[in-house]
Write a protein that binds this ligand. Structure first.
Ligand code: ZN
Length: 445
């Protein structure tokens, strides 16, 4: 992208609010980008008094903030379709964890590359990732051009708990603020049921010293809550609060089984929730009380979780699922209206990741993390309402252009930063090595 670019004649959706209000978008708008930053947001003519190196006519496109995936395990794209239709603990213990123990660092790298390719092609510009071999993930982020919040997953009950924590600390030291500031880091204690209290305290002490927050799975299943109550006499949320975990900035994935008291604790401590409706539905974990959390003032972002429990990383689909799920489960079609679902995938996601001063909204001074969605297609005709179309009718393939930090990662559906054929070859070859069931095996020998 030229040092200064004016995008004009677009439907401009800045996503400045978390709920719908009149005048949310400019039907004919202009967005100015200078040196990777947004400088102009307004109606046609807003940038007319300035010189621009390049002018892009984006007629028929919605121009909006890139989508933010608040919870995933990128390298798990390698396990997409490997284990389905199982309950969470059986899925983890019998299928996922044994296979993950055979993953090599280069597998994580190429799995992450596939994840980022899919995210770019579906309009995601920022994602929060928790896994291992995170140096490899960080390298992949650097190359893809995406923005990411990375955490080394820590399982305190495993023999490598201390070694993993040392790696988590090293990740923060080596990568926090790297890749032109696109990479930020957290520590990633996996969950209260895999991290005993003493271990969690140790992780918190390190995080405090490093000045970073935590990314953790919380109250994903009913069984987890029951175990917590019998072990500690309280819910996972109350347990974490009492341990002091929530005194740090916390990104809590799932929060499916939370009580009214838990929701108050989350709000009081400013804990942000990453809601993963498709993963929760697929593993039959339950329905997170998102409307109640939003009503209470808890920040809720959206995530896909890993591709092994979703099975894709498509945030447009995730918005649609979230909106539909909460309508049917509450019996109220007015909950999670389209604009609010969009906010969860943009500005609220940015808040959940602590990146609200950089991304999630199109406004002067923000980083130019922008997507163009092509609305001039039969399944999006006619155009009555922009947020409704994006949430209920748009598809990943409608995302035309993806820009992060002012750099074009995809234009006209052509990905500029990644080698699609190489990723295809590496991923199929590696999946065939790792599993006995890969249908790619015979194509590759
Ligand atoms: Zn997860």
């Amino acid at each position: 992208m030229s040092p200064s670019t004016l995008v004009k004649n677009c439907i401009l959706l800045p996503m400045e609010k978390d709920v719908h209000h009149p005048g949310d978008y400019y039907y004919s708008g202009e967005l100015g980008i200078r040196d990777g930053m947004i400088t102009v947001v307004g109606p046609v003519g807003a940038g007319a008094d300035q010189q621009w190196d390049e002018v892009i006519d984006a007629r028929g496109m919605v121009v909006m903030p890139g989508l933010i995936n608040c919870h995933t395990h990128g390298a798990m794209t390698l396990l997409r379709g490997y284990a389905d239709d199982l309950p969470l603990m059986q899925w983890l213990e019998q299928k996922i964890w044994p296979l993950e123990s055979r993953l090599e660092n280069e597998d994580v790298y190429w799995g992450s590359m596939l994840c980022m390719l899919e995210m770019i092609q579906s309009g995601t510009t920022t994602f929060a990732d928790m896994y291992f071999a995170m140096d490899k993930v960080a390298e992949a982020v650097e190359q893809s051009g995406l923005r990411a919040l990375l955490a080394r997953g820590l399982i305190g009950v495993q023999p490598n708990g201390q070694a993993a924590l040392a790696e988590g600390v090293a990740l923060v030291r080596d990568w926090h603020g790297a890749a032109e500031g696109r990479i930020t880091c957290m520590l990633g204690p996996h969950a209260p049921y895999t991290c005993p209290p003493e271990y969690l305290k140790q992780v918190c002490a390190k995080a405090e010293k490093l000045g970073v927050g935590l990314h953790i799975h919380v109250a994903e299943t009913e069984g987890e809550v029951q175990r917590a109550v019998s072990q500690w006499g309280k819910t996972p949320v109350a347990h974490l609060a009492d341990l002091g975990v929530f005194d740090l900035p916390v990104l809590a994935a799932h929060c499916v089984h939370v009580t009214a008291e838990d929701i108050q604790i989350l709000r009081q401590h400013g804990v942000a929730v990453a809601h993963n409706p498709e993963s929760n539905m697929k593993l039959a974990s339950g329905v997170a009380p998102v409307p109640k959390m939003l009503e209470a003032g808890v920040v809720v972002g959206l995530g896909t979780d890993g591709a092994a429990s979703n099975n894709n990383l498509d945030m447009l689909q995730e918005m649609r699922t979230a909106a539909l799920l909460h309508k049917v489960s509450s019996g109220n079609p007015t909950v999670l209206a389209s604009y609010q679902a969009l906010a969860m995938a943009t500005n609220q996601g940015a808040r959940a990741l602590g990146l609200q001063h950089r991304v999630g909204t199109l406004a002067p001074g923000m980083a130019a993390d922008v997507i163009f969605v092509n609305m001039d297609q039969p399944h999006l005709w006619p155009l009555h309402d922009v947020p409704a179309h994006l949430v209920y009718a748009a598809q990943a393939g409608d995302v035309d252009t993806v820009i992060v930090n002012g750099r074009i990662l995809m234009q006209g559906r052509q990905v500029k930063t990644l080698d699609v054929e190489r990723i295809r070859w590496e991923v199929r070859r590696r999946a065939a090595r790792l599993t006995a069931t890969s249908l790619d095996k015979e194509h590759l020998v």
